[in-house]
Design a protein around this ligand. Structure first.
Ligand SMILES: [Zn+2]
Length: 405
């Protein structure tokens, strides 16, 4: 395989993967279909789906990490129903436990009260090294992102109904765990809209909108009871990724985490922004003021300047890789990688696409096989650390690397 034309910023295509619900051992996973290779921006970020129908209405309700788009495409509607049927028709307690619809428990981490405005969080009960798997879990709820609608109002009603009926089909212990989750302010303290409640009670819709995120191919969103407990940091110590081959979300450490330390993931934004930009995004989407270490630091050590430069380099690199001078392009890749390191946000979601661009530029522009191998080897290592050694993407990069030797 020598597929240097793949778009490193493209998302995973896992559209055929929703039929494998009960196999826990990733070594046994043998999937026929080829995943479209690609590294998405931080995985909890949603992007509106591309809709191809010429006669369509598309509505997007963006709340929390979940984007629900509605269109008139019949095939997506039936696909949505299938997901609901397969993922959520589980009514008895034994099934709820067996299928892992309850919060994951482990001696390696615990849910604790942060005693800050952030509410509950997840903290380590053992040392995790970079790349260690922290947890993996099934979605307690999966709700399709696409249904037919003729108005925004109807779209919102359909979405609310889909969330509620999914919730109704769950065992009461799973339901209880869901409504104990945090709900963003915009889903509380209003009694005149669906999912909102004057007394501050968390409703299924509020919990879903505040805690779910889009899975892989954008067709549905999922809510994960333990992963949802992780608070946000713009400089996260963990990353969570939806693994279509396992039908689970898996959380990996992105640096060493000490015993007792809170485990943070990132809720976005997908781009590298300065402190003000990140805080605006998080305030608007999740109704909180980010007080993470990086936001508190601001530009004191040049962090904002670095983030702005990284953002501009990321935009340049995709263009330079196609048409620019390959030497300038590779310099931009190296500069960007080094800025990420200086800023201590060398997480896989940022590094993977850059390393893949490095590989493409070395192969196509510089015709330097050794350099291409070096970029691809680094990309493989990063992918294994943030997705697991047997992730479909890691296996695909391994195969590409084998072809180069
Ligand atoms: Zn922050």
């Amino acid at each position: 395989m020598n597929d240097t034309d793949m778009d490193p910023f493209a998302c995973f295509d896992d559209s055929d993967d929703d039929d494998d619900d009960d196999d826990d051992d990733e070594n046994d996973q043998q999937h026929e279909q080829q995943h479209q290779y690609g590294s998405s921006p931080p995985q909890n970020i949603t992007k509106p789906s591309s809709i191809t129908s010429s006669r369509q209405f598309t509505y997007s309700t963006e709340n929390g990490n979940s984007t629900a788009s509605y269109s008139l495409q019949q095939d997506e509607q039936s696909q949505g129903r299938r997901l609901v049927d397969e993922a959520n028709a589980r009514l008895d307690a034994a099934t709820a436990v067996k299928d892992g619809l309850l919060p994951v428990t482990s001696s390696s981490f615990e849910v604790f009260d942060t005693l800050t405005g952030a509410g509950k969080g997840l903290r380590a009960l053992k040392v995790f090294e970079y790349g260690d798997e922290i947890l993996r879990e099934y979605a307690a709820m999966r709700v399709p992102n696409h249904q037919a609608a003729e108005s925004l109002e109807e779209a919102e009603q359909l979405h609310e109904r889909a969330v509620q009926s999914t919730f109704n089909n769950l065992h009461h212990s799973t339901q209880n765990a869901i409504i104990q989750l945090h709900s963003c302010d915009q889903w509380m303290n209003h009694d005149d809209s669906p999912g909102r409640h004057a007394s501050g009670v968390v409703t299924p819709l509020g919990a879903y909108q505040s805690n779910s995120y889009t899975l892989g191919d954008q067709k549905c969103g999922g809510l994960f009871l333990t992963t949802a407990r992780m608070n946000h940091s713009c400089r996260p110590s963990a990353t969570h990724i939806w693994r279509p081959d396992l039908q689970k979300t898996v959380v990996f450490a992105t640096r060493r985490i000490e015993i007792g330390e809170e485990i943070f993931t990132t809720y976005g934004p997908p781009e590298c922004l300065d402190t003000e930009g990140r805080r605006d995004y998080l305030r608007e989407k999740f109704s909180f003021e980010c007080g993470c270490e990086m936001c508190e630091e601001g530009n004191r050590f040049g962090g904002d300047d670095r983030m702005i430069e990284i953002n501009s380099l990321q935009e340049d690199i995709s263009m330079l890789a196609q048409t620019g001078d390959p030497k300038i392009a590779i310099d931009a890749v190296e500069r960007c990688l080094s800025l990420l390191k200086e800023q201590s946000i060398s997480i896989g979601a940022y590094r993977q696409p850059l390393l893949h661009y490095g590989y493409q530029i070395a192969m196509d522009g510089l015709k330097d096989i050794d350099l291409a191998k070096s970029y691809l080897s680094k990309e493989l290592a990063v992918t294994q650390q943030c997705e697991g050694p047997t992730s479909p993407k890691a296996l695909q990069i391994q195969a590409m690397l084998d072809d180069l030797f």
